[in-house]
Ligand binder design. Structure first.
Ligand code: RNT
Ligand code: ZN
Length: 415
């Protein structure tokens, strides 16, 4: 039975697209929501977090003060999203209780609350070592640090993180993507660009030499062009990690905000996926020097997701959001990005790629261009609304009201 009014499905059927089938496919594509959007990447370790980090700007009220409040906020955001969602955790969201445990000694037990929470909701968990906001990262270098003691600390932390991912995957019956990103780099022009990269490669070799069951963990490494305080040089550049992911045959993480301001990731999938087994796609909106604005349905997002779908890469690309904005309601920011991702996926799933490819093969670039333009005036919004209603989540006009109601009830308690 169709979820859609005939007037809507027939518009797609004319182009050879089965809109109901697109919705079925949409439901099966997991989108990972970042826990760090909910509290400005603060984490639950307590105390003052030192060292090079990543900065969220803004001071919107209602930031959760502990793990329970954080999970309650995430619950609301998840309820506002249709389809299949996952939660992406960072190691700094460990809950060690009264015990003092450093990051290199974390185990899945320190994430027991998260595991129970996820098992209860039947959602998968992804994981990230937190190689920033820590005294061992105070000078901005971690896995590529010149001091072997510092490197070894972060190697142990990354190994521990992979074990945690393995435990998540095993317990939840859903493979966990474990993504390594480090902040290492120089503010100003370095004299030696080689040394840090040689040290990083060898540290990563040790990280990935430790055994984990690949049925339950999928490793990824994330490149960056520059950061605040690492404008001149980043050890883990794109070229570095592309080569490294190829060598290890692990996932390459492409963060949409980690390239030159006018460079997008759309054209990269078809190249890198010839040589690496998969891509982790960090969906975010780069804006000038910031790589972490809330995702919206802009051309770059539509094009990247269109390429993942149209190129036939959905089974080899993991979708995760990665941004943090503290200037607006944090829960709304998280839900908005997931819904945006799903809307971009839906638009792509409703695209007659086979017809476009036929036109191209026939050399009819006129028809290819005109069909691409015609797609913009299809009743996509109606398909999306019908989907939300079928999935029992609020429509575009109503979801924010639920956030506002929650804000009015809850945030006053958090002063
Ligand atoms: C930072 C990277 C990284 C982080 C998260 C919190 O530039 O994009 O993915 O945003 O790990
Ligand atoms: Zn990222």
């Amino acid at each position: 039975m169709s979820l859609l009014p005939d007037s809507v499905s027939s518009r797609y059927a004319e182009l050879g697209v089965d809109a109901d089938h697109a919705l079925e496919r949409l439901t099966s594509i997991p989108v990972s929501m970042p826990c760090w959007q909910f509290d400005d990447v603060t984490g639950l370790e307590g105390g003052h977090l030192e060292g090079a980090g990543i900065a969220a700007t803004g001071n919107y009220p209602g930031k959760p003060r502990n793990g329970d409040e954080l999970r309650q906020d995430i619950d609301l955001a998840l309820r506002l999203c249709p389809g299949t969602t996952r939660l992406n955790l960072h190691a700094c969201y460990a809950e060690t209780g009264p015990e003092t445990v450093d990051r290199d000694a974390y185990t899945a037990e320190h994430f027991a609350n998260w595991l129970d929470w996820a098992a209860d909701r039947h959602i998968g968990l992804d994981f990230n070592p937190t190689c920033f906001s820590h005294r061992q990262a105070a000078d901005g270098f971690t896995l590529s640090h010149r001091d072997s003691h510092v490197r070894e600390f972060w190697i142990r932390h990354c190994q521990a993180s992979r074990n945690i991912g393995e435990a998540f995957g095993t317990r939840l019956g859903s493979r966990s993507t474990v993504n390594v990103w480090i902040p290492d780099g120089y503010k100003d022009v370095p004299a030696d660009r080689t040394g840090p990269r040689v040290r990083l490669a060898s540290a990563l070799d040790q990280v990935f030499a430790s055994e984990v069951d690949r049925t339950f963990v999928e490793d990824a490494v994330e490149s960056k062009l520059f950061g605040i305080g690492s404008e001149a040089y980043v050890t883990g550049s794109f070229e570095f990690y592309y080569g490294y992911a190829m060598k290890q045959q692990i996932l390459l993480c492409l963060d949409a905000g980690h390239f030159h301001p006018t460079e997008t990731i759309t054209d990269k999938f078809s190249s890198v996926l010839m040589f690496v087994p998969g891509v982790l796609c960090h969906l975010t909106r780069g804006l000038r020097w910031d790589s972490d604005h809330v995702l919206v349905l802009d051309d770059a997002t539509k094009a990247a997701i269109g390429e993942i779908v149209g190129g036939g890469y959905l089974d080899r690309v993991r979708l995760g959001l990665d941004y943090f904005d503290a200037s607006i309601n944090r829960i709304a920011a998280a839900a908005l990005g997931v819904r945006t991702t799903q809307k971009a996926l839906l638009q792509a799933l409703l695209t007659p790629f086979s017809t476009l490819k036929e036109y191209e093969t026939a050399g009819d670039f006129t028809a290819r261009l005109c069909l691409m333009e015609q797609l913009h005036s299809l009743p996509f919004g109606d398909v999306w609304e019908a989907y939300c209603s079928h999935q029992d989540v609020p429509s575009e006009s109503y979801w924010l009201q639920e956030v506002k109601r929650y804000e009015a009830e809850e945030f006053g308690k958090r002063v």
